[in-house]
Design a binder for this molecule. Structure first.
Ligand SMILES: CC(C)(COP(=O)(O)O)[C@@H](O)C(=O)NCCC(=O)NCCSC(=O)CCC(=O)O
Ligand code: A3P
Ligand code: MG
Length: 222
């Protein structure tokens, strides 16, 4: 199997399918697209820098994504629509692999990560109202200790991870932390089949386990 096939097979083992698709409408929902691509024979991930003018998470690094809208048919539709709006990614060129288990953020938004392969030749067209920059980086960066730190402050699941990435193309230094870092670390470990060099703080064989309790507590309060 080549690199891409291996990644797909490994990610699919953690597919959440429709297990979380029929949760109450009272629970606000969002999706992020985790776009993977092959570059120079390695798996890369695409990330965005949010506009400094946004009300929430201004200037932070995140995956393309956003809140579910009434016309969206499911979580994947939300992720693809948002990626098209934010970075001009044509949905029909995207190979969706799977949805992973969703995470609840502090604001109570249920966020479904949708993992997909995009074309290596994709040229982003950032929507300046929402996105100030788009960059890609090797997925294995999220398994290395070199530019990583970890704080004992709880994030979406486990402690807060943080990475400092210097983009060799622009010289810009990007901090990737919190929710986005947790998702990036999870996808890197699953897709590359490689345990990170640092302590994760959650069980990689069943990353959804801690989350299920948090979700059940939230659902019991609706
Ligand atoms: C949650 C969102 C996917 C919603 O999308 P929208 O475009 O409508 O804002 C998005 O805001 C998002 O991805 N936010 C997180 C960005 C991020 O990871 N920032 C760095 C750390 S802040 C953090 O981790 C917040 C965690 C929490 O529980 O709220
Ligand atoms: N055309 C537009 N111009 C400016 N802001 C927009 C916009 N479309 C969406 N937004 C804002 O961009 C943010 C992300 O939206 P989405 O969920 O669609 O990704 C939201 O703001 P906040 O995140 O600041 O609340 C939303 O209000
Ligand atoms: Mg968004």
């Amino acid at each position: 199997m080549d690199l891409k096939e291996k990644a797909i097979a490994s990610l699919k083992k953690h597919a959440s399918g429709d297990a979380f698709s029929r949760l109450p409408a009272a629970l606000p929902k969002a999706s992020v697209l985790i776009p993977l691509l092959l570059r120079h024979g390695k798996l890369h991930a695409l990330l965005t820098v949010r506009s400094v003018n946004l009300k929430h998470h201004a200037g932070e690094v995140c995956f393309p994504g956003g809140k579910s809208e009434s016309g969206d048919t499911d979580e994947t539709h939300t992720a693809l629509r948002e990626a098209e709006e934010e970075i001009g990614l044509p949905s029909h060129t995207v190979q969706v692999i799977c949805k992973l288990f969703p995470v609840l953020n502090k604001a109570g938004l249920l966020i479904t990560p949708v993992v997909a392969f995009i074309e290596s030749s994709f040229t982003p067209r950032p929507n300046a109202d929402e996105v100030s920059e788009v960059f890609t980086l090797p997925l294995e960066f999220f398994t290395k200790e070199a530019d990583h730190s970890c704080y004992p402050v709880p994030s979406v699941f486990g402690p807060t991870h943080s990475f400092m990435y210097t983009d060799p193309r622009t010289g810009h230094i990007h901090q990737i932390w919190g929710l986005t870092a947790a998702l990036a670390v999870t996808v890197a470990a699953l897709a590359l089949g490689k345990k990170p060099e640092f302590e994760l703080g959650f069980d990689l064989d069943d990353p959804a386990s801690a989350f299920r309790d948090v979700l059940n507590r939230r659902l019991s309060k609706l």
